[in-house]
Design a protein around this ligand. Structure first.
Ligand code: F6R
Length: 245
């Protein structure tokens, strides 16, 4: 794993985008794994700005998102489909047919999970973007999720519901379940770029890097992947003994 320690979230986004752009422009039909949440918002803004400035095209790009809430339609403002359309897809030249997000409204959720894992098998991302939860989750793989997990329905941890309640009017409106790519799906990506900003991520990042990999901290399973790069700001790394990483 490589860790880049940067001064601010703005620099994290700029450095991560430079890396991602290098990957996207080195293949003819790139496959890009995407995450939602607050952390990648600046990165997506950089992608949009670069596209508008003529620096990159997403015409031949396919995207695969990590997760979606169960029970929300893509037009619901809280859904991850809505988030991606609003913050990225509607501002760039991507063909919306090539953007994939689990269907949280599928009648048969088990079948939807199988479909999604097959999709990832057939479309291994050239690069997967990840955030990290304050409890060490990646996508919605909460503590306790095994490394072999494929796409599945998850009951969200209370800490994740609490963290995500900032996006909702009341905590009661936060969905209790999500469909998430499993850890083994995530590890299929050719490269992984994880972004961590802010003090709320410091403990999770420290556990991910310094603990032997374990399901207690799902992000620690990334130690198993040969090409992981972490871009983190000073607040997210303040608990690390930097000499030891
Ligand atoms: C979202 C996702 C989550 C987030 C994590 C951090 O698609 O997969 O694992 O990356 O919860 O969220 P933020 O960035 O909002 O702190």
């Amino acid at each position: 794993m490589r860790l880049y320690l940067l001064k601010s979230p703005k620099r994290v986004a700029a450095a991560a985008y430079a890396h991602i752009k290098e990957i996207l422009t080195s293949v003819s039909h790139p496959i890009l794994g995407l995450a939602t949440g607050s952390t990648p918002l600046r990165l997506y803004k950089n992608m949009v700005d670069d596209y508008l400035a003529g620096g990159i095209s997403f015409r031949d790009t396919t995207t695969i998102n990590l997760d979606e809430y169960v029970g929300l339609s893509g037009t619901d403002v809280q859904s991850y489909r809505y988030f991606m359309n609003k913050n990225l897809f509607m501002h760039i030249d991507i063909d919306i047919k090539n953007t994939h997000i689990p269907n949280g409204l599928a009648r048969d959720l088990a079948k939807e999970c199988l479909r999604y894992t097959e999709l990832v098998d057939k479309n291994r991302p050239d690069v997967q973007i990840l955030g990290i939860g304050s409890n060490g989750h990646i996508a919605f793989n909460e503590p306790g999720t095994p490394i072999e997990s494929t796409t599945h329905v998850v009951n969200l941890d209370q800490s994740t519901i609490d963290d995500n309640s900032r996006f909702f009017d009341t905590i009661d409106l936060v969905p209790r379940q999500a469909i998430t790519m499993g850890i083994s799906d995530i590890l299929k990506a050719k490269q992984i770029i994880l972004l961590a900003t802010g003090t709320s991520k410091a403990m999770a990042l420290t556990r991910m890097l310094t603990k032997h990999f374990s399901a207690d901290c799902p992000a620690s399973f990334l130690q198993k992947h040969p090409h992981v790069t972490i871009y983190a700001d000073e607040s997210a790394t303040h608990l690390l003994d930097k000499s030891g990483v």
